[in-house]
Structure formats: structure tokens, C-alpha cells
Write a protein that binds this ligand. Structure first.
Ligand SMILES: [Ca+2]
Length: 473
């Protein structure tokens, strides 16, 4: 064998290894028709997903993707903005359930209210005796922070493995942090706070181990500083490391990291730095700063706003264990960062036309993506055919021919179906309702389709079917 041929073979073998190891994600609509702009997804161990909309509702998505029509909570009258289509950064932005939710029935939300230009509110709520409905009168406000500008409100809420509640706040807004608030330890802005909400029935206490607990002239709640807008952060559910997506100004987006062993006090650099680049060093900026573990440029990627995600700890794709997935709101890309390979990042999928505002992580560690513009929560799947019958026992068959969806249902107890047809980006191309009678139903739904792959969802009160279909006449 010639040296050249050997080299080619070795190279192609290595290439194959690299290609097969590269993370690749696909998305499939998991729940559509959420009324409002999705801002957060939380869980409490009951197997369901709780989705917030900026306008002020929390919706329950049951296993299988079935949406409860009545919201878990609706605080729209308290919240800025009031319009479904408001494209600003305000509203209901964060939700976290108590780690002891099964016993204390308590959860926490973050929103901007109607005071001033929209104060930042951290509030505690209780559920009613009906697990599907929160007690809207149970609100206890824990923090009420006047905002200087309407943008950069942060709002991510997560409980750490230490049992404390972490809250991310942006730099107060405008452009370039004009008040240099993120570097001012006497301000809540541009910080992640850590508080103890479980030590007493009302209010909160501040852990004595917080880094600024004994520092005169500093907010004792501060855990970490120097953020522009830490829109989404998460704890790795295995290692408890903290991963933070800090939204940049107009040039760089960044991922910040804090090991589980951290005792807090990290300063992540804004406004002195945007990513690894100097931004504004006109005041201070002689401290010790923690650089991002990854940054990416707007001009190279077409990105503009990082959406921090999760380290994958699910079971459906064991080879992705330990990979941190995040996204960009503007370019529709999902990225995979490998902490075990020098934090190298690859694009794991690009879904142009989607605006991913948040990830979700279900109780078994599988990941979801919420679209801020089309009311769809997607599930991340690991193959293009990873869309399965949710209830394969339902006696339903269907085919698409000559621009007609033909559905045959042998029906025993359902009264109606909705038929939805979506493209692979989750855009709804068809939504039709039909009543059902007992026995055999033959239904036809005309729709003009180009040759492509689509997702069909057939939903009744008894079953859901989701399938990919390929049309090639
Ligand atoms: Ca930074």
C-alpha cells in the first residue's frame, strides 16, 4: 500500500470518526397554538412542562404535547406589556418551582409590572388544591426593582443544588450600560442574585456565604456580576455547574461558566468587555474578570442574541451526554459546546425563520425549544425520523394524494379531531376541525403542497398522532 493511499485511508477514517461524533439536532413541533410569545419553560417533577408567555400566562403542556386550554396562571392585568404581539423585552419572563414543590406547593415568577416603565418583580405564588390551577390571589412580592430602561430585564430563575434561588438581572437597559451599573456592586443590575426563599414562610433571607454578604456598600444578594443581559442560565443537573448565556451588544455573544465548586463573586466583565473584546474601559475596569468560555461574532454567524440552554442529561441520545446546547435568537441556529473538548462548538442545526427565546428541559432530561414568534414549543430529537406516534394504538390511517389529506378513523369514543399540517420549521400550513361520528370516518382536507417533508398532527380528546410525511408527486 502506498504511503499516499495509507494517508488517505487514515484521513477518511478520522473524518468518519469526526463526522459521526458531531452533534446533530432536529426539531419537531411538540405543542402548537400557545397563545403568546414563549419566554420560559419550567418543570416541577410531575412530568409536565410549564410554559410562560410574555403577556402573562403560564400554560401546562401534558405528556404527549397536549396543551391545557385553561392557563395555570394568568397575571396579564399586572404585566407590561399587555399585547400578544408586543415585541419588546418586557413581560412575564421567568418561572421556577420550589425544589420541594410536592410539599410546599410554591413557585416563583419574575415579570415587569405596570409601575414606572416596568419595575422588575420577583414574586412567590401557591397552587390551589387543583394541580392545574395556581392561586392567582396568593402573590407575595419578594423584590420590586425600579428599572431605568425597558430593555435588558433578564428574568431567568433557577434553584441551585444548594437550595437557593438564583435570579438573573440585566444591566438596566439602553445601550452600552450608560450608568455602568453592571460593575456597580451597590446595584442589582447586571448581576445574578442568590437568595434563600425557604428558610421562612414569608420574604427571603440572604445566605451568609454570599460573596458580598459582609461588604459595606454592596448588595448582599449579589452572587456574580458583570452581565449585560444574562437572559438564560442553567445548572447542569449532574455536575451542578452553572452555564450562562449573556446577550451581547452589537458585536459579540458569549457563554459564561461557573464550576459547581465556585463560592461566587465572579465578575464576567461587562461593560468593560463584550465577549473577549474590549468594549468600554473609560471607568474602572482594573478588576479581575472571568472570560467567557466561548464567544461568537454577529458578523460571522448572523447571530445577534444568545439563548442559553442546557447540558444534555437525557436518555434518548447517550452520546450527547455532557454536551451544552444553546441557540441564537436571530439566526435560528442551535449550537453544541463540548466541555470535554476544549469547549469547542459546532452548529448542531439551523432552523431559519425560528426565533428561539428559551430552552426547556423535561424531568427526564430531554430538551425543548420555545419559539418567541409562532406559539410553538419544539422538542429536540436526534434523527429526522425521530417523530413517533404518541398513541400508536389509535385506529387512524392517513395518506396525502393529489393535494388532499385523506384520513380514515375507526372511532369509538372521540367526538372531534383537529388536523394540523406544519412545515419542518413548525409553521402551520393547515389547521382544520372536524366532528366525528361513531364507527368509520373518512375525512378529506384539501391543501396545496409542494414536494417536501411535512409534519402532520391529528389531535382528538382521546389521542394524538404526530408523523412526518414526505410529499413527492
Ligand atoms: Ca462578559
Amino acid at each position: 500500500m502506498s504511503k499516499r493511499l495509507t494517508a488517505v485511508l487514515i484521513f477518511s477514517f478520522i473524518s468518519t470518526l469526526l463526522v459521526s461524533a458531531q452533534p446533530q439536532v432536529y426539531i419537531t413541533p411538540y405543542c402548537t397554538g400557545i397563545n403568546g410569545r414563549i419566554s420560559d419553560v419550567a418543570t416541577n417533577g410531575d412530568g409536565r412542562l410549564y410554559v410562560t408567555t410574555q403577556m402573562g400566562s403560564i400554560y401546562i403542556i401534558n405528556q404527549g404535547g397536549v396543551l391545557n386550554s385553561v392557563p395555570f396562571l394568568n397575571i396579564q392585568p399586572k404585566v407590561t406589556p399587555t399585547s400578544v404581539n408586543n415585541t419588546g423585552e418586557q413581560g412575564l419572563l421567568g418561572l421556577a418551582f420550589s425544589p420541594d414543590y410536592a410539599n410546599d406547593q410554591t413557585f416563583y415568577i419574575y415579570y415587569t409590572n405596570k409601575s414606572g416603565i416596568g419595575n422588575s418583580i420577583l414574586a412567590r405564588y401557591k397552587v390551589t388544591s387543583n394541580p392545574d390551577i395556581a392561586d392567582s390571589l396568593s402573590e407575595e412580592i419578594l423584590l420590586d426593582i425600579q428599572q431605568p430602561y425597558t430593555n435588558h430585564n433578564g428574568g431567568c430563575l433557577k434553584f441551585g443544588n444548594d437550595g437557593f434561588l438564583y435570579l438573573g438581572l440585566g444591566d438596566g437597559g439602553s445601550n452600552g450600560d450608560p450608568g455602568n451599573l453592571a460593575q456597580n456592586m451597590n446595584e442589582y443590575f447586571g448581576k445574578i442574585l442568590r437568595i434563600d426563599v425557604s428558610s421562612q414562610p414569608t420574604g427571603y433571607t440572604i445566605p451568609a456565604t454570599n460573596p458580598y454578604y459582609s461588604v459595606v456598600g454592596a448588595k448582599q444578594e449579589i452572587w456574580a456580576s458583570g452581565f449585560r443581559n444574562p437572559w438564560k442560565f442553567s445548572f447542569d443537573k449532574l455536575t451542578h455547574d452553572l452555564w450562562i448565556g449573556d446577550v451581547g451588544e452589537s458585536t459579540w455573544e458569549e457563554i459564561d461558566f461557573q464550576p459547581a465548586s465556585s463560592t461566587g463573586g465572579e465578575n464576567y466583565g461587562w461593560r468593560c468587555y463584550e465577549g473577549n473584546a474590549t468594549f468600554n474601559t473609560s471607568a474602572g475596569c482594573n478588576g479581575s474578570y472571568t472570560s467567557p468560555v466561548y464567544d461568537y461574532s454577529h458578523s460571522v454567524t448572523g447571530g445577534c442574541s444568545v439563548t442559553g440552554g442546557y447540558v444534555y442529561r437525557g436518555i434518548q441520545n447517550p452520546s450527547m451526554q455532557g454536551i451544552y446546547f444553546f441557540a441564537d435568537y436571530c439566526n435560528g441556529s442551535v449550537y453544541a459546546l463540548d466541555p470535554n473538548n476544549q469547549n469547542s462548538v459546532v452548529t448542531a442545526g439551523t432552523f431559519s425563520g425560528n426565533f428561539f427565546s428559551t430552552f426547556g428541559e423535561d424531568d427526564s432530561g430531554e430538551l425543548y425549544l420555545g419559539d418567541n414568534n409562532n406559539g410553538t414549543l419544539y422538542k429536540i430529537v436526534w434523527s429526522p425520523t425521530g417523530v413517533n406516534d404518541i398513541n400508536p394504538s389509535a385506529n387512524v390511517s392517513y395518506f396525502v394524494k393529489e393535494n388532499v389529506i385523506n384520513i380514515s378513523i375507526h372511532n369509538t369514543d372521540a367526538n372531534f379531531i383537529h388536523v394540523e399540517l406544519l412545515d419542518l420549521n413548525g409553521r402551520q400550513l393547515l389547521k382544520q376541525f372536524s366532528s366525528l361520528h361513531k364507527g368509520n370516518n373518512q375525512l378529506q382536507f384539501p391543501v396545496k403542497l409542494a414536494n417536501s417533508t411535512y409534519i402532520i398532527r391529528i389531535i382528538s380528546e382521546r389521542f394524538i398522532l404526530t408523523k412526518k410525511i414526505t410529499v413527492c408527486d
